[in-house]
Ligand binder design. Structure first.
Ligand code: SN0
Length: 316
């Protein structure tokens, strides 16, 4: 693959999952592949797992890594082509990305949505400008709408823990104190469906996601009904997509507990982290025997490694 921005960049999702699982068994097998190749990681937003796991993945392949918090440490970047830059932006993405492309063999960027400008967010303007001007293979470390490295790690985790060929997977909305992106939910839906899994999405009315990512899933507004016989329950908050970026009033408690989970098929609990404990997910479930959150986090390394390996093999 040249770029990794969504499930659409992957020709065979299952093969990539299997490749990542093989790397997990022998992480240093390809430690010479990335010799003298540099990965540049650029962050407009905070990161813990994505930054450390992607850096570790690159190191396992023998790459060198440059990391920059461009959002706080770089010049204010202008994203609009043709802009007259007499305002607050200092450097055009055209110049900045071109320079970064000279220093790096692979460029990875994290840029969250504004949750204000739906149009700009859903066209992934910042990532597309980087791809256009840096000219080297590009990895999304979470865009305004998708988080493919997280979803690949989630597919690995499901593949490792599923007891049936066709498990029932439920994505449930969870409460939060803040307006969060739809990113993780969009991405999990598209990867789950592309993997051929059965997906039920449950959320309060008004929290419908963009159908481009959920077409093929069942939508159920009754959380308890959705949980019936579930094998995996993926928990995530998101703000409204249609009433863009808003937190809507919700009349029942959507916080999961052991009692609500009793109708599932001893379901595994998943969450991408970071998690607001006892707001999004209870301590009892997060720390319980069915929680897979640490396995998901561990798999982030091998998901990133599978993507980097594919890029190194196919572009240089
Ligand atoms: C991000 C999100 O997209 O939901 C990143 C998840 C990988 N999460 C947050 O921004 C959490 C912020 C908070 O205040 O809890």
């Amino acid at each position: 693959m040249k770029h990794f921005t969504s499930v659409g960049d992957v020709t065979d999702v299952n093969a990539l999952v299997q490749e990542a699982l093989l790397l997990k068994k022998d992480p240093h097998k390809y430690s010479a592949l990335g010799k003298h190749k540099t990965l540049g990681m650029l962050f407009f937003n905070p990161s813990l797992r994505t930054r450390l796991s992607t850096q570790k993945a690159a190191m396992n392949l023998g790459m060198q890594v440059i990391v920059m918090n461009v959002g706080t440490e770089g010049w204010a970047l202008e994203m609009e082509d043709g802009a007259v830059m007499n305002g607050t932006t200092v450097e055009h993405i055209r110049d900045a990305a071109a320079v970064i492309g000279l220093y790096c063999d692979v460029v990875a960027v994290r840029n969250f949505p504004t949750l204000v400008n739906k149009e700009a967010d859903y066209t992934e303007q910042v990532h597309h400008q980087f791809i256009k001007y840096c000219k080297v293979p590009f990895i999304s470390m979470e865009s305004a709408i998708l988080h493919p490295l997280q979803s690949l790690a989630d597919m690995m985790t499901i593949a490792e823990h599923k007891k049936a060929e066709a498990p029932k997977i439920v994505l449930t909305w969870a409460p939060h104190v803040k307006a969060l992106p739809q990113v993780v939910a969009n991405s999990f839906a598209e990867w789950t469906l592309a993997s051929g899994y059965d997906l039920t999405i449950t959320h309060p009315k008004g929290y419908e996601l963009c159908e481009d990512f959920t077409r093929g899933a069942s939508i159920e507004f009754d959380q308890q009904k959705a949980l019936m016989n579930a094998d995996f329950v993926y928990v995530k908050n998101w703000s409204a997509y249609h009433d863009y970026g808003k937190i809507l009033p919700v009349d029942t408690s959507w916080l999961l507990d052991e009692q609500k989970m009793s109708v599932t098929n001893h379901a595994s609990i998943m969450h991408c982290l970071p998690v607001r404990r006892n707001v999004e997910l209870s301590d009892e479930l997060l720390d319980g025997a069915n929680s897979l959150v640490m396995q998901q986090a561990e798999n982030r390394v091998y998901a990133a490694q599978a993507v980097l390996k594919n890029m190194l093999e196919n572009n240089f």
